[in-house]
Design a binder for this molecule. Sequence first.
Ligand SMILES: [Zn+2]
Length: 520
Amino acid sequence: MTDTTETDTTETTPRQIVIFDTTLRDGEQSPGASMNLAEKMEVAQALVDLGVDVIEAGFPIASPGDFEAVREIARSIRGSVICGLARCREADIDRAWEAVQHAEQARIHVFLATSAIHREFKLKMDKDEIIRRAVAGVQRAFGYCSNVEFSPEDAARTESDFLCRVVEAAIDAGATTVNIPDTVGYATPAHMHKVIANLRNRVPNIDKAVISVHCHNDLGMAVANSLAAVEAGAGQIECTINGLGERAGNCSLEEIVMALRTRQDYFRADTRIVSRRLVPTSRLVASVTGIHVQRNKAIVGQNAFAHEAGIHQDGMLKERTTYEIMRPEDVGFAMTDLVLGKHSGRAALADRAANLGYHLTAEQLDHVFEEFKVLADKKKEIYDGDIAVLIEQQIRAVAEQWSLESYRVTSGTGRAPEVSLTLRHGAEEFSTQMACGDGPVDAIFLAIEELTGFSVVCKDFHVHSVTVGKDAQGEVLVQVEYQDRLYRGRGVSTDSVEASAKAFLNAINRIAAVSNGGQA
Ligand SMILES: [Zn+2]
């Protein structure tokens, strides 16, 4: 596996690898991770700040919502190439162009499956037909824009000779990037290396395009497979923040970027990524999607840099590099969790917000500052985590059809909880009193269902504290199912029952926004 490329041997400048982020397209396809327009815009801006080269903003023909999100991102986000996905069909490609055409730099990404199993069962096309379709698709995209990416879907399981033919034809038709997806997460590092090396050795026009990889993590090897592809000469990696994506997810951006940077001695390749933005971006995506990263997640997990073992701590105190291959501050862990309090002013809050990576308008800052004052009355020390949730509530507020006015619940052993609840819907208030449920949280959920008329199935519920201390704010995340779709909700309060009620209402409001109105 040491096929050194010509450019690799020049000691001084590492080869630049293009980072193609697909958090907003492939990542968003993971169940329960769907984002609204405001959330997508926030993530897109964070990706630009992170230094991502290409942002795949969505699949415009998939739905009007997808189209609108890609178009808005293309219109207003500057600093990265904005890409839209399309199947090899005229309507798809036209729609993708319509969405990305106003980008500072636009890319159309067309894909068509090439493996035998996809040809036979999904597309029912023979090899020649596949080539014709691929060429026609790339040509149509190239007619609109000179930056065209082509993906032979399920490339990792495609016969080597046929893959070479398709890639050569796509490049001839105008593809400037050819992406090799391991759609089902089937490859291993040695296999992936062979696939890429084979293309470089056998496709005559391969130097006219950048070779890319898109690896899924079904066997836990997406990052390793992507690194093997880079070693074999790939120049672009497709990845997502936190490895978000369907099933076991995609290649994780933070891991691949830090692997290349930490082992530059070996790979002689680097990226444009501003690594100190990794942790803030990871937090933003986790909070927007409600999908948190595990504590021991490489690079961005809460414990990624925690040294507990005594012998390690001893070594660390003497010399950090004994047990540390990266510095926590390099990936964006704050050295000090600065504490704000009651007497902190608007400027201090603005400063923290900027450090945490948020872009607030003056008006948003005013609202967050008001909330901050209310919170500062309830708890003495306000940490970064507290500020982050205040801001996120502000910038990602779903249109609140239903809001919590007041609640009272009494519960105890051996009797059903009694709940009285008042909700606001527009100018009207609705109240109910009932004795029901299995504990105070369940009782409130039932009362909310009764008042709003939405009956849902609660699929997931968890509470965790945003920061440390007895007066910490509790964050509740719920996931509910309504008419076969998953919706999530999030609520924060120093009172965990209230946080639960807010989270449940937040989910109901998301449902109401989609179904256009409650049924009060
Ligand atoms: Zn994928």
